[in-house]
Each structure stands twice: as structure tokens, then as C-alpha cells.
Ligand binder design. Structure first.
Ligand code: ZN
Length: 317
């Protein structure tokens, strides 16, 4: 079987207050909250999923709101910057919109051939909006505050911070099929996937940066797509054969997952496209009530008591 990664499946970051998170990601960025559930490994905390209308792989940003951990800047061995794609004609709209919501945003800057709008959210998570024309998106959410023609189109890619470039570069190209497309002294640029789903990964060695930890304001892990469970099993075999320790398959209800660390320490996941978020509520109702996997349903009353209150709509808009 030819094993290829078609792009990013989802990316998971650590935030503090869940309500403030919903207010920003739905109310300002215009993403749809497509699932409210709990962290399956820590069921007294939420797991929030945002995406396009249906949570198409490649558009899914997930958040662990862990208000009890400290807030810190990212370090090496972490995804430091998450980049979303926006239509090329929408840069002016987004600079205005982010400023109107009180974010400090500079004019779009050119980086190579890209036009980039950097910003940081209230928890310190670092983002970029990158102008990119891949044609119309399939499932832009029309029910949000951002007009569909300006809506975020999913992930453009990420910047990963490492202490060393070479070991990570070898894993990406030799084992995972990433293509090296650009090279400078302290950074390498890779691409994975084709067409609109392709993702750009910059691997950078920032001077004087210490290893990161799982704190508020950092990315917890990045998940790469795989079409189905057979391909996921093949990935597991390939990684194991190469001496990379990889977890057993975990049932994440909306997809199946395996996890491993790349040599620099970034937690990678390979997640299946199916079954997706409409498995336990209709598309029209995605993200409107707390969903639990069958194995936690008997403890629902207890779990609900432990969670802070959350209105699954942006306050004030
Ligand atoms: Zn994940």
C-alpha cells in the first residue's frame, strides 16, 4: 500500500477559560464549534472542537481548556505558530476585523511569496493568517459572524521549533513523505499533501529558546490525516519497523488515533478521516450540547457537575 499523508487532520492547543475560548474562536475568528465533549483521558475537563460547517479534516482546531496549568511561551519540541489559510482578497478584511476586536495586528507582511497576518490570542497562542488561493472551500460555515467569502479556509500549516533540524527533517522526509521545498541556515520548509489540503511546515531552530512544556498558550499536538483504519495500521507498522515508539490505536469517537513523538519532541498523531462529527448529533446541531462517548455516558451526571458552565455560543454576538 502506498502510504501518503494528505495533510493536517487537526491541531490541539492548550487554553485557559473555555467560555472565553468559544467567544474568541467562534465570535471573532468565525470558526464553528462542531463538538463539545470531554478530554477522554481527563474527563473532568472539556475538549472543544472548532472547524468548518462539518469539521472537515484540515479545518479542525481542538482546545484543551486547562485553567489550572500555568501560561507560558512555547519552546523547542513544540508547534510554535499555527497558520490558517484565508482567501487572498480577504487580508484587509481580517486586519480590520482583528483590530476591531482589540488585537494588536500589524499590516500584512510579505514572507517569500506569502502575505501573512500574525496575531496572538488572549492565552498567548501564536497564529498567522496566510493569504492563499485554493479556490472555493467546500463547507464554509454560513452561520457565523464572518461572511463566507472571507471565512478561514482551514489550516495553511505550522511552524515547529526544534533544538536541531536534522533528526526531524529525516523523519519527515524519509518516513512520513514530506517534501523539502526550501532551505535556509536556521529553517527548513516542508510541504505534505496536494492541492487545497496541502500543508506547509516550517521547522525552525530559534536561538536561546528552552524546551517547551504542556502549558496554557502552547500547542499540545498535531494530527496528520490518514483515510482509514487499514492505512493507519500500515502507518503503525512502518513506524514500529523504523524503531519509533507508537501507541496502540485509541478510539477518539470521531476518529481513530495513534501517537508518537518526532525526534525533537513534538507529539504527532495520525488520525482517520472517518467517522467524523455527525456520528452522535445531526450536522445542524453540531456543538450545541455536551457529547460523551458511550463509555462515559453512565457517569454523565457526575461529569457535568465537575465541568464549568459553558454556553456553546459566543457571548455578545
Ligand atoms: Zn489529537
Amino acid at each position: 500500500m502506498a502510504l501518503v499523508i494528505p495533510g493536517i487532520h487537526h491541531l490541539t492547543s492548550i487554553a485557559a477559560d473555555p467560555q472565553r475560548n468559544v467567544d474568541f474562536y467562534t465570535g471573532v475568528l468565525g470558526l464553528r464549534l462542531v463538538k463539545v465533549t470531554v478530554n477522554f483521558d481527563l474527563p473532568d475537563t472539556y475538549h472543544l472542537y472548532y472547524g468548518d460547517e462539518v469539521g472537515t479534516p484540515g479545518t479542525i482546531l481542538t482546545i484543551f481548556p486547562w485553567s489550572r496549568v500555568p501560561r507560558r511561551r512555547p519552546g523547542t519540541g513544540q508547534v510554535a505558530v499555527t497558520a490558517f489559510a484565508i482567501p487572498a482578497a480577504s487580508t484587509g478584511y481580517w486586519v480590520d476585523r482583528l483590530r476591531r476586536h482589540g488585537l494588536a495586528v500589524a499590516r500584512p507582511a510579505a514572507r517569500g511569496e506569502e502575505e501573512v497576518i500574525p496575531f496572538t490570542d488572549h492565552d498567548g497562542l501564536q497564529y498567522e493568517l496566510v493569504a492563499r488561493d485554493d479556490g472555493p472551500a467546500r463547507a464554509v460555515w454560513a452561520g457565523g459572524p464572518v461572511p463566507p467569502e472571507h471565512a478561514i479556509r482551514g489550516f495553511h500549516g505550522v511552524t515547529i521549533w526544534e533544538a536541531e533540524l536534522e533528526p526531524t527533517a529525516r523523519l519527515l522526509t524519509e518516513l512520513l513523505g514530506f517534501r523539502l521545498v526550501g532551505e535556509a541556515r536556521d529553517r527548513l520548509r516542508f510541504v505534505v499533501g496536494e492541492g487545497a489540503a496541502r500543508a506547509v511546515i516550517d521547522v525552525v531552530c530559534p536561538p536561546g529558546v528552552a524546551p517547551g512544556a504542556e502549558d496554557v498558550g502552547t500547542v499540545h499536538h498535531i494530527a496528520w490525516r490518514t483515510p482509514d483504519e487499514a492505512a493507519q495500521r500500515a502507518w503503525r507498522e512502518r513506524l514500529t519497523a523504523a524503531g519509533v515508539p507508537v501507541t496502540p490505536v485509541r478510539d477518539r469517537q470521531y476518529f481513530k488515533s495513534i501517537y508518537f513523538r518526532e525526534p525533537g519532541g513534538v507529539l504527532f498523531e495520525i488520525a482517520t478521516d472517518a467517522p467524523g462529527f455527525a456520528i452522535d448529533e445531526p450536522v445542524a446541531a453540531l456543538g450545541t450540547s455536551l457529547k460523551l462517548p458511550p463509555w462515559y455516558e453512565p457517569q454523565r451526571a457526575e461529569i457535568e457537575r465537575a465541568l464549568p458552565p459553558l454556553t456553546p455560543r459566543a457571548r455578545g454576538g
